[in-house]
Design a binder for this molecule. Structure first.
Ligand code: NAP
Length: 318
């Protein structure tokens, strides 16, 4: 059987696949496997080990009749046509849980960095522009005791809420369904989307990318936020209307934003958002801790073996 691996992985991850199957691996860590090559190699493939940068769609399924498993090294699977896969009996695996803490850590790092202007302050020193201590120099917003509003109280949302408890924050959340257990254990209050926007000092977006969440944060939503509020997005860039976010930040309708994800990735350095001092931007590094990425890679690899052996996947999307 043949497995196509669309990014370069260490031998410790890939050798168990090589022992059993023919493996074709794209050898460049920092470049996406070209689409035409992915399509060519997938034609007779039994399984694909992919990443969020690969578009796994009907075009690919139609020309890959042997395909049995698509395993992505991510919890989000908005790059995969899951319905199309299920229709064809193709199993889709993803990697939840193992990245929850690392992504919650990065989310909280963005809360602290955006509220307290950390990157802006560090740049002042690098540019040798620090003249003296001054009473209101580089003052930001407090984090402790403030109100955090989490849109998408799932695995990562709850892990962010746990961290927020350590900062004595009041926790609000909004989901399509209520999480009674989280309400009890995390002392989180369920509120409507509008109420969350109006009351939160830190609005944190952690809902998945779906047709329903596309641009769920737009002009209307930013207008409802406090002028002193900080917006954090560690979900997917497609969930935000970036033009509306730019306007809100530029006109001080909101205070700052911390962004790990963008509509177009990689975002161009010329992008207007990156010209704003109140934007803290990261290149989609939510889960980028070495131990986490190794666990994700192992899980994604194991899903290939499980699927090709006709077993259930540990974490199957259905
Ligand atoms: P999860 O456990 O599935 O949580 C997602 C939550 O969003 C669920 O509680 C869901 O609850 C809620 N939700 C879904 N649709 C919604 C809507 N329309 N409005 C409000 N809430 C909605 O997923 P997770 O593991 O926490 O991951 C969340 C997302 O984070 C992933 O989908 C991925 O896009 C992103 N992520 C990013 C990084 C990064 O590197 N930046 C890393 C990991 C994950 P209901 O169904 O009840 O609404």
């Amino acid at each position: 059987m043949k497995v196509v691996v669309t990014r370069k992985f260490p031998d410790s991850i890939i050798n168990p696949l090589r022992d059993k199957y023919e493996v074709v691996m794209w050898e460049y860590e920092d470049k996406v496997m070209p689409r035409d090559l992915l399509l060519k190699e997938s034609k007779d493939a039994d399984a694909l080990l992919v990443n969020l940068t690969d578009d796994i769609n009907n075009e690919l399924y139609e020309q890959s009749p042997k395909l049995k498993v698509v395993s992505t090294m991510a919890v989000g699977y908005d790059n995969i046509d899951v319905a199309g896969a299920i229709e064809r009996g193709i199993k889709v695996g993803h990697t939840p849980n193992v990245l929850t803490d690392a992504t919650a850590d990065l989310t909280f790092a963005l809360i602290l960095a955006s509220g307290r202007r950390l990157i802006e302050a560090a740049d002042v020193i690098r540019r040798d522009e620090w003249k003296s201590w001054a009473p209101f120099y580089l003052t930001g917003q407090e984090v402790s005791h403030k109100t955090i509003g989490i849109i998408g109280m799932g695995r990562i949302g709850e892990a962010v809420a746990k961290r927020a408890q350590g900062f004595s924050m009041k926790i609000l959340y909004h989901n399509r369904s209520r999480k009674r257990e989280a309400e009890e254990t995390l002392h989180a209050s369920y509120v409507t989307f509008d109420e969350l926007l109006e009351r939160s000092d830190y609005v944190v977006l952690l809902a998945p990318s779906t047709p329903e969440t596309k641009k769920m944060m737009g002009h209307e939503q930013f207008a409802k936020m406090k002028k002193s509020a900080v917006f954090i997005n560690t979900s997917r860039g497609t969930n935000v209307d970036e033009e509306a976010l730019y306007e809100a930040l530029k006109t001080n309708e909101i205070y700052a934003a911390g962004l790990d994800v963008f509509d177009q990735e990689p975002i161009s350095a010329d992008h207007p958002l990156l010209k704003l001092p109140n934007v803290t931007a990261m290149p989609h590094i939510g889960s980028a801790a070495l131990e986490t990425r190794m666990k994700m890679a192992q899980m994604a690899r194991d899903h290939i073996i499980q699927g090709l052996e006709g077993r259930d996947l540990t974490h199957e999307v259905n």
